[in-house]
Design a protein around this ligand. Sequence first.
Ligand code: ADP
Length: 384
Amino acid sequence: MIIFKNVSKIYNDDFHAVDTIDLHIKEGEFIALIGPSGSGKSTTMKMINRLIEATSGTILIHGQDIGDQDPVLLRRNIGYVIQHIGLLPHMTIGKNIALVPKLKKWDKARCDKRVDELLEMVGLPAKEYKNRFPAELSGGQQQRVGVIRALAGDPPIVLMDEPFSALDPISREQLQDELLNLQTKIRKTIVFVTHDIDEAIKLADRIGIMQDGKLIQFDTPEQILRHPVNEFVRTFFGADRMNQVESLPTIEEVMIRPISSFPKRGLAESLIKMRKYKIDSLLVVDRSETFLGVAGVGEIQKNFSNENMVLEDVMKKEVPTVRLSQQLDDAINLISENQVAFLPVLDESHKLKGLITRASLVDVMANQLRSNNNEAAPVGGEGL
Ligand code: ADP
């Protein structure tokens, strides 16, 4: 979608504000650029809409070199939000939002519809807000308008340069939540510059970390937290966050002993076993403990009248499982993505080693929270 090939921005002959960057941003991806002040984040971002021209290298959007495109037309298809949004003070909110659609020569009905729909999306009812002037809105509301104005012409790409950094912490959190919500609906390709690490972790699919004009690491927040490429990234992200991640328990620590049975067991005896252990599914394994599938109480009951049937006839073979070598958050993701109550834990040779259930996870998380809170509690604060 957006590709940087060997892109540099050089000032005064030899100062590399951006130094030979390669970057590949996928369609619909939310990218945050983060790094110390002066590391080249804004410059990198502004080269995408040619507010700053690259000194060397190539930037492609949808396979086309932006250097060959008319910058004005290019910008019409790239939304742009900055810290002080710069709504035009003498124009109503509605007119401010409709600026780009009008430039794109949308007819009035389409413009009106778009303005109303966007205002509603960020919780500003059109009837109430459309005809107000910017000065009649709070900072947070103005910034919301700034965000939707950038979306108004339905650009595939939106650039956001520290859009929330002038807001108070509560409005800021709210706008971040709204932006995430909005992004699930509109799936734009977003490049977001921030110096707030928590903001980047919360919002971005991938984070690019910059230092002295170089892109030091570009990866998911998860991977950066787990595998910072160097000491700079580790300290920049903060040792606290790393420790929190590193202290997540392992799958082995969380898993419980599964109740299993063999494929040729009959349905009646299986039901009795399930009742005894108060469980609603049996994990089916062969004699060498290799995992074969899961037999649920519903399936067993449905086929109960057929006396010839055994567990292997009713078990489900395609069920999500997790490897012992995976991380606990992989297990959490699998459980929530697949909407299952439990995950069998297998070793590399597919043998059943344990079971992670929603309940066992809740216990672990509760303990974790408790111990984190205890660490954070002021001395002498207990027992109050
Ligand atoms: P960031 O967004 O990470 O704070 P910038 O991209 O704004 O950093 O700037 C990167 C570097 O380029 C900084 O050292 C800045 O001072 C320098 N720089 C930016 N614009 C110019 C300019 N017009 N002339 C000279 N140096 C500049």
